[in-house]
Ligand binder design. Structure first.
Ligand SMILES: [Cu+2]
Length: 185
């Protein structure tokens, strides 16, 4: 009886774990003038995902990186690495103003609403960046050659989007239970 109970419990654990094992990789390429300004992300992946911490810097009057993809709930630290005052405010799907500050001080904002937020500095009108607030961590930045890879995506059919400077292109992708789906933007 005891052995049978162990076998039953083991089988139940294996069944519970099975959906997680059915996951594939989305690989592909993006053709854009500047692939450092591209984010590829997967829409509507079931599950609950926690935000992390992330960093957006201001160096030589440029926001770095230009586009920061985060999972909703992420707290972004805004740094100032310049010997002058910067300001940070956000417009779009989340609006806030962190005020002005000098080198070495860090201010932060938690992004709870999915969407796109333009990050601006009212001291330097030419400064611009984006925070993409996504619903899941299945996103990637392409490398210099435009190649990207998103691993461990649960098997299923998805819309995958490539974001570039405020615009997106979308493709449908079927992720297999194991192996790779490919997509080209
Ligand atoms: Cu500035």
């Amino acid at each position: 009886m005891k052995l049978r109970a162990i076998v039953t419990v083991t089988a139940a654990l294996l069944l519970a774990a099975a959906p997680d094992l059915m996951a594939g990789t989305i690989e592909g390429t993006v053709n854009a003038p500047d692939t450092s300004k591209v984010v590829v992300f997967v829409e509507d992946v079931s599950g609950s995902f926690n935000g992390q911490r992330a960093k957006l810097d201001q160096q030589n009057k440029v926001f770095t990186p230009y586009v920061l993809p985060v999972v909703q709930g992420t707290t972004v630290e805004f740094h100032n690495s310049d010997n002058l005052q910067h300001n940070v405010f956000g417009v779009g799907d989340d609006e806030f103003d962190l005020g002005n500050w000098t080198k070495g001080i860090v201010r932060e904002h938690t992004f709870n609403k999915p969407g796109e937020v333009v990050i601006l500095c009212n001291v330097h009108p030419e400064m611009e960046a984006y925070v993409l607030v996504l619903e899941n961590p299945f996103f990637a930045r392409p490398n210099d050659g435009g190649k990207f890879s998103i691993a461990d995506v649960p098997a299923g059919e998805y819309v995958v989007r490539a974001w570039y400077k405020g615009k997106t292109k979308k493709k449908k992708v079927t992720v297999p239970a194991s192996g790779t789906a490919t997509v080209a933007f």
